[in-house]
Design a protein around this ligand. Structure first.
Ligand code: ATP
Ligand code: MG
Length: 1044
């Protein structure tokens, strides 16, 4: 349960919501018995009756929203529901679409989050008939984004402008109609631009087909655009005076035709304040704008009389003065004469009164139409985001739904054409996305049975053959084209089209339902009969040439530019329907590049009453909005699909193998689960990430089973709650500890860094701890890395600056200590050795090349044991005490023949012994000097003072233990100063007056031989590794001298 809870991302939120009583823990499914089904896709029967019954059930409980998959159906409640507050917004923010009851916020939030995660563009298409709640829905979405998106001061101004564009556009583009007191008389597409962080940073509006005819004519019970009433009712006295207006709508022809200028449900004075405030926020200088509005009102009051010939005459021209900047005379002329250009001449042909009224109204419509376009452009400028970085957008399309009146005219034709196009778009996008999902999930696509309305779109818009082309042809062709000739053309061309019928083409039965001037189209949503009267005029929307010229004089600076462009356009402008067609084409392109979300608004009753569910009216709308078609497409193949993990999470209590935990892959768990539940192979398909269930009844059976074991889960939930509480406390404590630890660490690290930076300074509060640390650290490291022997001079750690002095002292101490330990550890024998070695060093160090190699070899007491000395010799010299014996090679003084001898040092003399014979005795007193070479050889020359001529000459020997022998000799005979290390040759005396010499040199091999000059030549090895004090070298020397 524990891990279960944590892997459920929204568990905590849901528990909170359950605790607050805001939400039933179960999603759409469990609520179905109480308040109908929250998603029509789950209806077992896809009949219209079942659809309506579900809608009614929910509406009766004020549940106005229901899904068809991700499409939202909304029924106008005609009362304020407490579901649009901040609390509700918070509930829906970032929560999965199907986890909460249907709401417009859920759709807005999902579009927003999908946009952020997938970084792509979206649009929300809001459609429905007049008064169904489209504009309210789009406002709710804007408000949701205003609250839920991140905000900054800068963004708030953008956001304010976007929100404030609504009342302004509503004032100029909405009017009271019989169906809706605030009916939008234009189509509106608004892009809200978001940056990468999800901030709303800009906006752009496209407007479609403003119902300009309302400016000059309103049906009974309807009004002109709100702004006119707001101005004359709410405008200040000063402003009205300035504009030449009087307070009260009754003074103006254009405001009184519907005979309902004042309505209870509309407060023009308050609305005026709202609009003024909104204009300020959008940064408008509104004076000129109101001058245009006033001009239209004045124009409406221009009346005509007819003279005796029936030509129109201006009744009085006081009103004309208020048409600012226009030459009254020319205007008067423009309104009462038609200018005909014949070659270079211009002829004025007088109007009848009807023509004059037509010209006046055309001008008024043109002025208002252009002003509206200009206004939208200005709003766009104010909301524009100039930052070039990439943005994603959510487009809101609030556009007229299908319209079917008792008499349907050109306007309904355009509107219904627009709806056909949007249905086509929906089919393409929905089928495409369904198909893509099947493909992504690896499920075979099954063809869907639905009606494709492309045939109707073609009927209307096909080039050269469609209704629009034929209408344009009739408008443009010379001659007496009329609405009826247009109808005839239609009959000619469309004669046997299955979706087109006229009185003439119809069979007997149908003919009864058609007038002669009617044509009927079988739209995807049903039949609509259009009356052709006015089609040509409305499509032409012509302004007489001289009226255009007059309009050129309008110096109202804001609209001057756009008006001038319009008027200067000498070529005949495109017809209304063609303009509309191309704007729809553009809109389709805009929408095709985005991901679609749909809101279908339904009007609950005609009398705008709350709580009334007019079944007939709603059935009609369900049909015309194509909701059943939509449901069919959505239900195509599989009614229900969910991600494996979501499905498993909900239904795993139903199978012992998956409850409480399924340890493997979610898809396998789902397979085990549905097998356990007995799903038949045809009832479901396993996709890559989702399970697809064909019939809702399969799902409901599963859901019913789930309901049964729910109470057990309830207990589990209580446990989960407690576990969560304990866990959160525990985690809290842990986190607090961690926080303290981190804070401490931050402090220490900061101090350390500061200490490091000031380490060179004298000790202060910033660096004292750092320096102490450095000291301790150095000493600790030093302790572990002290040199182990006195001879090791390299491993002493380099100290930090603060410890240089200390380190030096410690180093000395340590070495002294090691020396002391060493000294204490040596034996008297070793000490004697060292003293001897010390003497050797003082004589030879740095002088003789073989000295360094000798250091490591300890001196022996003697190199020949007494047993190896002939007893006779011992006998002879016993009383002198033998101190040291060593084998040597003695070279004859003449000829340098080598001879093996023993050299014995006694207390008083050196003896050269051959077996039992003492060959030579040299008293220390007569030993005047000892010479050795500076090379690596081991030749010694003893220089002897001869007291008598017969006495033997100097002694030349070679001794492997040269250093030992000479050191012993020094100690015994105190001859330290007598030893000479000579460079070059050593001269010696062979006998009195006869000298000899030993020459020394280096070579690749050691050799001793008699040189041609009669000297003894000693060649030493260059390579110290082959030093000739070895036995081998000695033998070689002998060999050389023996001549071999
Ligand atoms: N969700 C809602 N809650 C309460 N009242 C609503 C809601 N939606 C619409 N209404 C009521 O219905 C009226 C008409 O709604 P709205 O102006 O949005 O219709 P519309 O579909 O835009 O119509 P039109 O096509 O004429 O512009 C609103 O003025 C409001 O009184
Ligand atoms: Mg509207």
């Amino acid at each position: 349960l524990w891990s279960e809870c944590w892997c459920c991302e929204s568990a905590t939120l849901l528990l909170q919501l359950v605790a607050q009583g805001q939400l039933d823990m179960e999603g759409a499914l469990t609520a179905r018995d109480r308040v109908g089904i929250q998603d029509f896709v789950l209806l077992d029967e896809t009949t219209e009756a079942a659809f309506l019954s579900n809608l009614k059930k929910r509406f009766s409980k004020d549940l106005i929203y229901t899904y068809i998959g991700t499409l939202l159906v909304s029924v106008n409640p005609y009362k304020e529901l407490d579901i649009y507050n901040k609390k509700q917004m918070d509930i829906y923010m970032g929560v999965n679409f199907f986890e909460l009851p249907p709401h417009i916020y859920a759709l807005a939030d999902n579009a927003y989050h999908t946009m952020l995660t997938e970084f792509n563009n979206h649009f929300i298409l809001i459609s429905g008939e007049s008064g169904a709640g489209k504009t309210e829905a789009s406002k709710k979405i804007l408000q949701y984004y205003a609250v839920s998106c991140p905000s900054t001061t800068l963004l708030n101004t953008v956001r304010d402008k976007m929100l404030m564009s609504n009342p302004v556009l509503e004032a100029f583009g909405n009017a009271k109609t019989l169906k809706n007191d605030n009916s939008s008389r234009f189509g509106k597409y608004m892009d809200i631009q978001f940056d990468g962080q999800g901030d709303a940073v800009g906006g752009h509006i496209l407007n479609y087909l403003l119902e300009k005819s309302r400016v000059v004519h309103q049906n009974h019970g309807e009004r002109n655009f709100h702004i006119f009433y707001q101005l004359v009712e709410g405008g200040s006295d000063d402003l009205l005076h300035q504009l030449g207006l009087e307070r009260g709508c009754q003074h103006y022809n254009y405001l009184t035709q519907g005979q309902c200028a004042i309505v209870q449900s509309i407060n023009d004075k308050n609305d005026w304040k709202t609009v003024k405030n909104a204009l300020q926020i959008i940064n408008f200088d509104e004076t000129h704008l109101f001058e245009v509005i006033a001009s239209v009102l004045h124009l409406g009051n221009v009346r005509f009389d007819s003279d005796s010939k029936g030509h129109a005459l201006l009744n009085n021209n006081t009103e004309l003065h208020w048409l600012l900047g226009v030459d009254a005379h020319r205007l008067q002329e423009g309104l009462t004469f038609r200018k005909i250009e014949a070659k270079k001449d211009q002829v004025l042909s007088p109007f009848t009164t009807d023509h004059a009224i037509y010209a006046r109204d055309a001008l008024a419509k043109a002025i208002y139409g252009q002003t509206f376009t200009w206004l939208v452009n200005r709003i766009n400028e104010s909301m524009e985001n100039k930052d070039p970085s990439r943005k994603t957008v959510i487009g809101l399309l609030d556009i007229y739904g299908f319209e079917v009146f008792y008499v349907n005219s050109f306007e309904q034709f355009c509107i219904n054409y627009c709806n056909e196009k949007l249905q086509q778009l929906f089919i393409e996008l929905t089928l495409k996305s369904e198909q893509e999902e099947y493909e992504a999930e690896g499920i075979e696509w099954e063809p869907v049975q639905f009606f494709n309305n492309k045939i109707i779109c073609d009927l209307i818009e096909e080039k050269h053959r469609g209704i629009i082309s034929l209408l344009d042809e009739e408008c443009l062709r010379p001659g007496d084209a009329t609405d009826l000739t247009f109808l005839e053309r239609l009959e000619e061309k469309m004669g046997n089209h299955p979706h087109f019928v006229t009185h003439k083409l119809a069979d007997k039965m149908t003919r009864k339902t058609l007038e002669r001037g009617d044509f009927r189209l079988l739209h995807y949503a049903g039949e609509v009969t259009y009356c052709v009267v006015g089609f040509l005029d409305k499509n032409n929307d012509l302004l007489y040439r001289n009226i255009k010229d007059v309009s050129l004089q309008l110096i109202l600076c804001q609209i001057k530019m756009c008006f001038r462009l319009y008027c200067k356009y000498r070529r005949r402008p495109e017809t209304v329907v063609t303009q509309f067609k191309s704007s729809l084409q553009k809109l389709t392109e805009i929408l095709m590049a985005k991901e679609a979300w749909y809101i279908r608004c339904l009007k609950s009753n005609e009398s705008k009453q709350s709580g009334q569910f007019d079944e007939a009216l709603i059935r009609h709308q369900v049909k015309y909005l194509g909701l059943m078609e939509h449901l069919r497409v959505r239900r195509a193949g599989f009614a229900y699909r969910r991600k494996y993990d979501v499905f498993l999470k909900r239904y795993k209590p139903l199978c012992p193998a998956t409850w409480p935990h399924w340890r493997g892959v979610a898809a396998d768990g789902v397979e085990v689960l549905v097998q356990h539940l007995g799903y038949l192979p045809d009832e479901y398909k396993m996709g890559r990430t989702k399970i697809f269930i064909r019939h809702p009844r399969t799902l409901f059976a599963t859901e019913d089973a789930y309901e049964k074991c729910k109470h057990e889960l309830g207990e589990c939930q209580l446990m989960i709650e407690k576990i969560l509480l304990i866990e959160s406390c525990w985690r809290g404590t842990q986190a607090r500890k961690e926080k303290e630890k981190r804070a401490w660490a931050v402090k220490v690290i900061k101090k350390f860094i500061k200490g490091y930076m000031t380490r060179g300074q004298a000790k202060n509060t910033d660096n004292s701890e750092y320096l102490a640390f450095v000291r301790q650290n150095y000493l600790n490291r030093l302790r572990d890395n002290l040199p182990k022997t006195v001879l090791d001079k390299t491993t002493w750690l380099t100290p930090p600056a603060v410890l240089t002095e200390t380190s030096e002292m410690l180093r000395k101490l340590h070495y002294r200590l090691m020396v002391r330990k060493y000294v204490r550890g040596i034996t008297p024998q070793k000490k004697a050795q060292f003293q001897m070695k010390l003497i050797t060093s003082s004589i030879f160090k740095g002088k003789k090349d073989s000295y360094p190699q000798s250091v490591a070899h300890p001196f022996a007491d003697s190199r020949i044991s007494e047993e190896d000395i002939n007893p006779r010799v011992i006998q002879m010299i016993r009383n002198e005490r033998i101190k040291y014996c060593v084998p040597v090679i003695k070279y004859d003084r003449n000829g340098f023949k080598p001879r093996q001898r023993q050299l014995i040092l006694t207390q008083t003399a050196v003896y050269v012994i051959e077996e039992a014979k003492i060959k030579q005795r040299v008293l220390y007193t007569s030993l005047k000097g000892i010479s050795v070479s500076n090379l690596t050889d081991s030749t010694i020359v003893f220089h002897i003072t001869r007291e008598e001529p017969k006495q033997k000459g100097d002694l030349v020997v070679q001794c492997d233990h040269l250093f030992e022998l000479l050191t012993k000799l020094c100690v015994i005979a105190n001859k330290q100063n007598a030893i000479k290390v000579v460079q070059g040759s050593i001269n010696f005396e062979i006998q009195a007056g006869k000298g000899g010499a030993v020459d020394f040199s280096t070579g690749p091999e050691p050799m001793v031989y008699k040189a041609k000059n009669g000297h003894l030549m000693v060649v030493t090895c260059q390579n110290p590794a082959l030093l000739c004090h070895s036995r081998i070298s000695l033998l070689m020397c002998q060999k050389t001298l023996n001549g071999s």
